[in-house]
Design a protein around this ligand. Structure first.
Ligand code: PLP
Length: 317
């Protein structure tokens, strides 16, 4: 496959201010019926996705040329569309085909692949969301991870922020969304305290989730992860599936800050990175400060299952 719209030669500067034409990751987007290099995929300033965060999305990864659990990501995305009363001119197979094309055109063997739908814009700038024309978009860029190689090896340093995740009574967290101001403020709290990333709280003061990930703790061989006010992550679901197969107990329940800090092991989960160890919380080591044995075992099982045809499907390059 080739990308017809690939720019030839150097890109022009947009203004007198220096604009780095290479600031876009190398990837391919689908927008308004066309496949484009990331640098050319632009949306209107009047799109409600941009003006009001009125959008839903999903992210699936491609590893070694295979999508991982694409069916579950499509299911969650179409669930979000329905709950937000958005319609797109594609069914699940149609979206899957566009995602395959984005990855194939990008040539990436390891990719971060996003499908998204915004409320769109109304041709008359009406304030009535029913007048807006919903807009489906997708893109594939190189695989990205919450944790870098060193953090994957020796564990992340996490700070617990006092910011509270937007409650489920306001936004149903099963609709994957861009309401991230709580998470981003938590992230700045974490950076101020010298940590790599943050966890924020639920409306009862228990641990909720972090910017783009769920969290698990292990105590006396049993796993738990926050039950309410969090995105039901596909990687979190995969941990439950792997635990069921491995005979490990895993439950969704309230996880207090104290329980997290006194856990034997802590890890976070995301499509962007998989299962990632946490070895310090608020500057204090988790147990002996080393990556735990159950975490290591689950990390190995998780990546091993990327070859399993039940959970992975080859990209149609
Ligand atoms: N929680 C939030 C807020 C997220 O944005 C994400 C992923 O982006 C996750 C959790 C992890 O979900 P998944 O495992 O499906 O990537």
């Amino acid at each position: 496959m080739s990308l017809a719209a690939k720019p030839a030669g150097p890109l022009p500067l947009l203004s007198d201010r220096h604009v780095d034409p290479h600031a876009y990751p190398d990837g391919v987007a689908y927008l308004d019926g066309q496949y484009l290099p990331m640098s050319q995929a632009k949306v209107s300033l009047l799109d409600w996705g941009f003006l009001h965060s009125d959008a839903t999305y999903d992210t699936v990864h491609v590893w070694d040329g295979h999508f991982f659990r694409l069916d579950l990501h499509l299911e969650r995305f179409f669930g979000g569309l329905e709950k937000l009363r958005m319609t797109i001119p594609f069914d699940r197979d149609g979206v899957a085909e566009i995602l395959h094309n984005c990855v194939a055109l990008s040539g990436h063997r390891a990719a971060y692949v996003e499908m998204l739908c915004t409320r769109g814009a109304s041709p008359t700038f009406s304030r009535d969301p029913r007048q807006a024309i919903n807009r489906f978009m997708a893109f594939a860029v190189p695989f990205g991870s919450v944790a870098n190689a060193e953090q994957l090896r020796s564990g992340l340093h996490v700070a617990i922020s006092d910011k509270v995740r937007i409650p489920p009574a306001s936004i149903d967290p099963s609709i994957k969304n861009y309401h991230w101001l709580d998470l981003v403020r938590g992230l700045y709290d974490a950076y101020d305290r010298g940590a790599d990333t943050a966890l924020i709280l639920d409306f009862n003061g228990n641990v909720a989730e972090g910017p783009g990930f769920n969290v698990f703790c292990v105590k006396a061989g049993k796993l738990s992860t926050p039950a309410v006010g969090v995105l039901p992550g596909i990687t979190r679901r995969t941990v439950f599936d792997l635990c069921a197969e491995a005979g490990l107990s895993a439950v969704a329940a309230d996880v207090s800050v104290a329980a997290l800090k006194t856990a034997d092991e802590v890890f976070i989960t995301s499509t962007a990175g998989g299962i990632m160890p946490v070895t310090t919380i608020d500057g204090a080591p988790v147990a002996d400060g080393k990556v735990g044995v159950i975490t290591e075992r689950l990390m190995a099982l998780y990546w091993k299952r990327h070859d399993d045809p039940a959970w992975s499907s080859p990209v149609r390059y």
